[in-house]
Design a protein around this ligand. Sequence first.
Ligand code: HEC
Length: 223
Amino acid sequence: MKTVNHNFQRRSPLMACLLAAGLLGNIAFADAADSTGAVGTAIDTSMAAMTKEPMARFNGDGTLMRPTGYREWIYIGSPLTPNDMNNGKAAFPEFHNVYIDPASWAHWKKTGEFRDGTLIVKELLSVATKSSFSGNGYFMGEYQGLEAMVKDPSRFPKADSYWGFFRFTTEDHNRLLKTSKVVPSSACVSCHAPNAQQDMVFVQHYPVLRAAKGRGEAGTGGK
Ligand code: HEC
C-alpha cells in the first residue's frame, strides 16, 4: 500500500525545496512517513519488542529524541477544541490523537497507575472539513505537530509527579524537530497539574484509559 503523504498544509514552496534538498536538520512529516525503506526494516515494532525497550530515548544532553512508531502503540483518544466553538481563538484548535506506549499500557491495565518510564504522545491534526457523507461534524486533516510527556523520577526529580513535557513542533507548525528540550514547567504543568484527573494526565477525556484502569483484560473491549 502506498504511504499516505502527510505534508503540512502550511508548508511554503521555499520550505519544501529546502527540505527536499536536505538543507534543514529537522524533518517534516512527509519525510518521516516516506522513509519506510530504512525505518521499516530497522525497528522491531512487535509488541514483544515494544514492551521491553524503554520507549523514551534521551540524548547525552538530556534532550528527548522524537518518539517514533507511536501510531502502533495504544491509541487512547482524540480530544478536540475547535476554533469555531472558542470564539475563533482556541488555544489548541487541532485534533489531539493521543497514544501511550505498550509497556505502560500493560502496567495501567494491571495497576491503574502510570509507571516510571511512561511515554504519552500527542499528535496534532488539523480540522480538514466540517461535512461528510454522514453529516456535519469535524473530520481530521493533516498532521500538524507532536508533543510528549515522560514520567521519569531520575531525570525529573523536582518536577510535579516527575513528568517532563516536550514539544517537537516548530512554532510555525511547518517542521518536526529531531529532539526537544524539556519545556519549562510554567508552560505546561501549570495547566495539567491542577486540572488533569490523575497524575498530570487528563484521564477524564480518555475512555480507553478509564475502561481499562486496573481491570486487566476486562477493560480492553468486548469482554
Ligand atoms: C491550558 C491548559 C493546558 C496547557 C497550557 C497545556 N496543556 Fe496539554 N493538555 C491539556 C488538556 C485539557 C489535555 C487533554 C484534552 C486535549 O488534548 O485537549 C491535554 C493533553 C495533553 C497531552 C496528552 C496526555 C494528557 O495529559 O491528556 C500531552 C502529551 C500534552 N497535553 C502536552 C502538553 C505540553 C507539552 C504542553 C506545554 C507545551 C501542554 N500540554 C500545555 C491542557 C493543557
